[in-house]
Design a protein around this ligand. Structure first.
Ligand SMILES: Cc1cc2nc3c(=O)[nH]c(=O)nc-3n(C[C@H](O)[C@H](O)[C@H](O)COP(=O)(O)OP(=O)(O)OC[C@H]3O[C@@H](n4cnc5c(N)ncnc54)[C@H](O)[C@@H]3O)c2cc1C
Length: 399
């Protein structure tokens, strides 16, 4: 069972979300013996997982893994803030079932159905040479900033008025909803999930606290009605999606070492996926960066090296400056910021959105947004960075 013959697994992977499953599957494919632990190893992933087409790693391409993991792709999604910009990239949605098929847990993986809390993590070193915490960024226990959204799935014909002829709406910051931004700024995200279904989602990019989902639902409803989507389609959707994405890893979970526990500072315990900081603090995306990092992590585990960090500390710091602005800026400043995002060069946009971009690229993209903003927007940005407390939903727009 184990590659070394000493009765230990090569790797214990704790958590079988997208990160843990990808890591366990690829480790096993290279001949490592894997112990994989999750309370619900077979639970389907219900979230709509998307990425840019150019971010699909070569090892997950159909000709490499034998499975077409994408449910749908659309070219050139639009951004309105309020000016229109088209992002010149394909935007893709995973077929989660096929993604799991492409990440099989075969005979090299021993699956154990249980929960491992922080205090039990070091004990796994008695069973495996390396332990990788893939337990995610935490559920209700993570009290940090959140991205939240309320979405409905509607048939394509019903959703057409919301899209207004666009292939998809990556971010639509126009304010054609009934309430006046009291609950904080949010945007419409409208993405086809296939030829016949569209996800229409009202999204708050970052909140601390996050706005009440009921507020986002009401805002979405009023926005869609104003655009001509039928009330019956809104009130009886094909599905509902509630998004809650912690934008920062759990305190103490970064790289898997809880500072309060001496044993868990053992370098043989590491973290991967959102537990390991693969989430982008200013966008909430993690899956593309995590998938891109899988081969290097597998190589590290197989050769005795530490798992590489998701990105440089300087890039992470810049993402956190972005998050600071998102949490504190008033609505007008945020719209001006995303208007500037739509105007900068497409390569710079990619640099900012990419979870693994080096710091000089992130800095260059942020600089270009800054210089593109009007003076009033720049003043709003400075005020946001200097403001002590995050914007509070219901307290009106911060100034
Ligand atoms: C509705 C929605 C839409 C999203 N859309 C996107 C998107 O388009 N693109 C994108 O990049 N991201 C998106 N995200 C975020 C994305 O889902 C997460 O970032 C991603 O799932 C993180 O993967 P992970 O494997 O690191 O952690 P998780 O998905 O959180 O998986 C953690 C796993 O660990 C297990 N676990 C937890 N605690 C324990 C424990 N104590 N012991 C053992 N096992 C444990 C859990 O059962 C789970 O299987 C979305 C999230 C939501 C909710």
């Amino acid at each position: 069972m184990d590659a070394t013959g000493d009765g230990l697994f090569d790797v214990a992977v704790v958590g079988l979300g997208p990160a843990g499953r990808a890591l366990a599957s690829r480790c096993a494919a290279t001949g490592l013996s894997v112990l994989a632990i999750d309370p619900q190893p077979d639970a389907p992933w219900r979230q709509t997982l998307s990425l840019w087409g150019d971010q699909l790693p070569p090892w997950l391409a159909e000709d490499a893994c034998g499975v077409d993991v994408l449910a749908h792709s659309v070219p050139g999604p639009a951004l309105y803030s309020p000016d229109r910009a088209v992002l010149d990239r394909d935007y893709c949605v995973f077929d989660n079932t096929r993604l799991r098929d492409a990440l099989p847990l075969g005979p090299g993986v021993s699956i154990e159905q249980s929960t491992v809390d922080d205090s039990r993590l070091p004990g796994l070193l008695a069973r495996a040479h390396r332990v990788v915490d893939c337990r995610g960024a935490g559920g209700a226990g993570n009290h940090g900033p959140l991205q939240t959204a309320y979405g409905i799935v509607v048939d394509a014909a019903g959703a057409a008025p919301a899209l207004g002829g666009e292939s998809a709406l990556f971010m639509d910051w126009r304010t054609d909803h009934d309430d006046d931004d009291e609950a904080g700024p949010s945007f419409l995200y409208a993405i086809p999930l296939g030829a016949d279904r569209v996800l229409l989602e009202e999204t708050c990019l970052a909140g601390l606290p996050a706005p009440d989902p009921a507020v986002l639902a009401a805002r979405l409803r009023s926005r869609l009605l104003r655009r001509g989507v039928a009330g019956s389609a809104i009130d009886a959707p094909l599905a509902v999606e509630r998004v809650r994405i912690p934008l920062l890893p759990r305190p103490g979970a970064s790289r898997g070492r809880a500072s309060s526990d001496r044993a868990s500072t053992d370098p043989r315990i590491e973290a991967f996926g959102t537990a390991g900081g693969h989430g982008h603090a200013a966008t909430g995306y993690s899956v593309a960066a995590m998938l891109a990092a899988v081969p290097a992590a597998v190589h590290a585990l197989g050769s005795g090296f530490p798992i590489p960090a998701p990105r440089s500390p300087a890039s992470t710091a810049l993402h956190r400056v972005g998050l600071r602005v998102l949490l504190r800026a008033d609505s007008r400043t945020l719209r001006q910021l995303f208007n500037a995002f739509g105007l900068i060069d497409g390569r710079r946009q990619q640099w900012f959105l990419g979870g693994t971009s080096p710091s000089y690229q992130v800095a260059r993209a942020m600089w270009d947004m800054w210089v593109t903003m009007p003076v009033r927007g720049k003043a709003g940005m400075v005020a946001a960075v200097l403001r002590k407390d995050p914007r509070h939903p219901g307290a009106g727009a911060a100034v």
